[in-house]
Design a protein around this ligand. Structure first.
Ligand SMILES: NC(=O)c1ccc[n+]([C@@H]2O[C@H](COP(=O)([O-])OP(=O)(O)OC[C@H]3O[C@@H](n4cnc5c(N)ncnc54)[C@H](O)[C@@H]3O)[C@@H](O)[C@H]2O)c1
Length: 252
């Protein structure tokens, strides 16, 4: 899908990857970009067609109301980027609240957006979703069970939408980077996810724009990830053995 003249929503748009996506969509002549986030304290934009709006995307009622408001003020949404995310570390013993937070943000917020937008997009025969997962959704995140599990689920949801509606004009891309230099990774420069290097949010945004234009499903900015993913598919048990060794090395 072309970016020019499109109405685009980016969640988690106040910083990191979301902010880079929002500004690059503007550079590509989007008609309006509406960035949604729970706070915009450190966000400044001179672009009058880059609009900010406070919205907790895990609250279905709130997200639905904000989408209705956007439709009225700026027009029907062409591209919706579900990008908001959090990283909390821990194993299966983390409190249920942690699970719910990760599940609601990394999976249900994508579901809420699709549930609200797909009926109208089907009528128009056009619409596009960019859902942010992570390389952890294709592989794993050694330090976080909640992140690994919910980012896998985000890929499952995006696949299902692509399979079900792809022939009716609805496109989907799933963004799966390894480490990116944002608030999320601050102080984690030596973490295992940064072994293949930290990318800049700007590079991620350029990769997303290319993928949307070409309607590519998987966006894997770190090339190495595709190799690891192939290893996993070729021999799942051997891949788990490799990850166990990596984990032992990191924890010793
Ligand atoms: N930084 C990385 O290394 C990396 C790697 C792979 C995937 N990701 C994913 O990229 C996405 C963006 O992360 P980032 O690295 O830019 O981090 P970030 O912390 O800079 O941005 C995340 C944004 O999401 C917002 N947010 C959190 N909860 C929200 C809610 N309930 N409603 C609305 N907004 C909310 C935050 O306020 C923040 O602005 C996330 O989904 C993250 O999991 C990041």
């Amino acid at each position: 899908m072309e970016i020019e003249n499109k109405v685009i929503v980016v969640t988690g748009g106040s910083g990191g990857i979301g902010k880079a996506l929002s500004t690059h969509f503007i550079h590509e002549n989007a008609k309006f970009v509406i960035a949604l986030d729970i706070n915009f304290d450190n966000f400044k934009s001179k672009d009058t067609n880059l609009i900010t709006k406070i919205c907790d995307v895990t609250d279905e009622k709130e997200l639905t109301m904000v989408i209705d408001e956007i439709n009225l003020k700026f027009g029907l949404i062409d591209i919706f980027c579900s990008n908001a995310g959090i990283l909390s570390l821990g194993n299966e013993q983390v409190p249920i609240e942690d699970w719910n937070k990760n599940w609601n943000l990394h999976v249900m917020s994508h579901v809420f957006a699709a549930k609200k937008l797909i009926p109208e997009m089907l009528k128009r025969g056009s619409g596009y979703f960019v859902n942010t997962s992570s390389a952890a959704g294709l592989l794993s995140h050694i330090d976080s069970v909640t992140y690994s599990t919910t980012k896998h689920a985000a890929i499952g949801f995006a696949e299902w939408i692509a399979i079900t509606y792809g022939k009716q004009g609805i496109g989907v891309s799933i963004l799966c980077p390894q480490a990116v230099e944002t608030a999320m990774t601050m102080g984690r420069e030596n973490a295992v996810s940064a072994l293949d290097g930290m990318m800049k949010p700007t590079q991620i945004a350029l990769d997303v724009i290319k993928a949307v234009k070409e309607e590519t499903f998987l966006i894997s900015p770190h090339e190495q990830v595709l190799g690891y993913f192939q290893n996993k598919a070729n021999n799942y048990s051997r891949w788990i053995g490799g990850m166990q060794k990596l984990r032992q090395k990191l924890k010793s």
